[in-house]
Write a protein that binds this ligand. Structure first.
Ligand code: HEM
Ligand code: HEM
Length: 134
């Protein structure tokens, strides 16, 4: 298996653990939970689920279609964009949810959200091109 694909899968499992730990923390401190729901939900759904699908997709699709991935370069760049985006979202969202006065967290959330979106678009483009070439 390609090294970058192994890293997609590794990061997926790490986000799963982080999301689950945050979930337990939310159960233990219910009065604080509200600030962390969005970080928890996206660590699990964008981190664990989507990152797993990115990795498995990149591994399986070329084998199903009998063609190489359209752009291994996009696959590598997307990994860093997706991780920077999600880490930024998960770290800044609780501050934004608290209504923190500092504008820096709003800006960080905005930028990291666009990075996450860019990763989704890159994945969709790479997958569609790979399927088409089959
Ligand atoms: C150890 C595992 C987990 C624990 C302890 C946990 C705990 C929690 C808690 C306490 C909430 C807040 C509920 C509320 O006050 O409204 C929550 C919300 C949520 N969790 Fe988890 N969770 C776990 C795993 C997962 C997983 C694996 C996923 C997705 C793959 C997930 C997705 C969500 C989502 C989407 C919400 C937000 C739901 C809403 O919009 O109200 N959670 N979780
Ligand atoms: C480009 C990446 C994404 C961005 C920028 C984004 C943004 C958002 C925003 C702004 C909210 C509303 C939060 C609030 O109520 O304050 C939200 C909620 C939610 N999103 Fe996303 N999202 C992204 C990707 C995803 C993906 C891939 C999934 C599922 C696979 C997902 C599932 C959810 C769920 C279940 C909620 C409701 C959970 C909650 O109550 O916080 N999101 N998202």
């Amino acid at each position: 298996m390609e090294r970058i694909i192994v890293w997609y899968l590794r990061m997926s499992v790490i986000y799963f653990a982080a999301g689950a730990v945050l979930g337990i923390v939310m159960i233990l401190w219910p009065e604080e939970a509200g600030y962390y729901i969005t970080a928890h939900a996206h660590l699990n759904l964008l981190g664990f689920m989507s990152m797993m699908i990115y990795g498995v997709g990149y591994h399986i699709l070329p084998r199903f279609s009998g063609r190489n991935i359209y752009s291994p370069r996009i696959m590598h760049i997307q990994f860093w964009i997706a991780n920077a985006g999600l880490a930024g979202m998960a770290l800044s969202w609780p501050f934004v949810a608290r209504g923190d006065v500092s504008q820096i967290f709003n800006t960080a959330l905005l930028i990291s959200s666009f990075l996450s979106l860019a990763a989704v678009v890159l994945f969709a483009f790479n997958m569609l091109k790979t399927i088409k070439s089959a």
